[in-house]
Design a protein around this ligand. Sequence first.
Ligand SMILES: C[S@@+](CC[C@H](N)C(=O)[O-])C[C@H]1O[C@@H](n2cnc3c(N)ncnc32)[C@H](O)[C@@H]1O
Length: 335
Amino acid sequence: MTDAEHLFTPRDFLRRAISRFTQAGLFFGHGATSALDEAAYLILEGLHLPIDQLEPFLDARLLPDERERLSALIEARVETRKPAAYLLHKAYVGGAPFYVDERVLVPRSFIGELLRSEALVGGEGALIADPDDISSALDLCTGSGCLALLAAGVFPHARIDATDLSPDALEVARRNVGDYGLADRVTLHEGDLFAPVKGRRYDLIITNPPYVAESVMADLPAEFGHEPVMALAGGVDGFDIVRRILAQAGAHLEPGGGLICEIGEDRDILEAEYPDLPFLWLDTEESVGEVFYLPAEAFTPARPENARPEKSRRSRPAEATGAASASRSTERRRR
Ligand SMILES: C[S@@+](CC[C@H](N)C(=O)[O-])C[C@H]1O[C@@H](n2cnc3c(N)ncnc32)[C@H](O)[C@@H]1O
């Protein structure tokens, strides 16, 4: 007898999935942080139910084809070690759904949460006081296009460029841009970092580049093996691409603009290497010191003392912006 013949309700499948996942020693970090989170996501999304409402459906009776489907999804998660997002072709970031497959990293950037937080945009003392002030933005290393599309939602008057070196990733991004009907405002470019947008400047640059160090790459759980290497690998200490971004960002920021960059857990390396850069660390519900903000002025050479300073469109809090609220536990992730 198969599992599907013994299990009848979402509660049954939830219990079974948690047992199987735990027994198999799966890794959770691609949209969930525990076996319970992962199982709930697989079951709710597998049944096309709202992913944040498990309780009302726990004891509903399922049709035979639904039971077969859940059974197959649970087995596939264990046997293939593919993150649930790849099995379901869907991931949520900042509360918004995106199509994904193995051509792109499973979206889980903390920048998604930040973009939706009033501490960053629109709230009292926020770095970006008024979202209408952002008329141009660049998402470097866009992957599935998730951050570019979230930014388009948060900054309604912005035109957004999004770049990626991977033509495969850009095909996924193109699909998402189409799904959101935003092709008129989000433009995708293939190429190395800033190369496709040479000479252009932006009010805001956001980026979640590859930043996994070589030694960490060697030890990643099997789930990461399904993600593109070029979406993860950042060279010996992880910061090959981050250094290139820091070297070039200034030439692509408008006066008063800023760069938001996710870098993972090794901020000490950057702070030691760039002692003159005033990194402002933006914390989220799930991260401390993994995303920095740098204003455009941080990149410009020192001005003559009597020169008039540029008028900044940002307010500048002295401290990091503090925790922004994560909308769903299924969005919690690490890499
Ligand atoms: C960590 S993923 C981020 C994807 C997406 N922004 C997200 O947060 O889910 C990094 C992306 O950078 C791209 N990439 C790697 N090297 C690049 C380069 N030199 N220039 C542009 N994109 C690059 C990869 O193809 C991958 O899509």
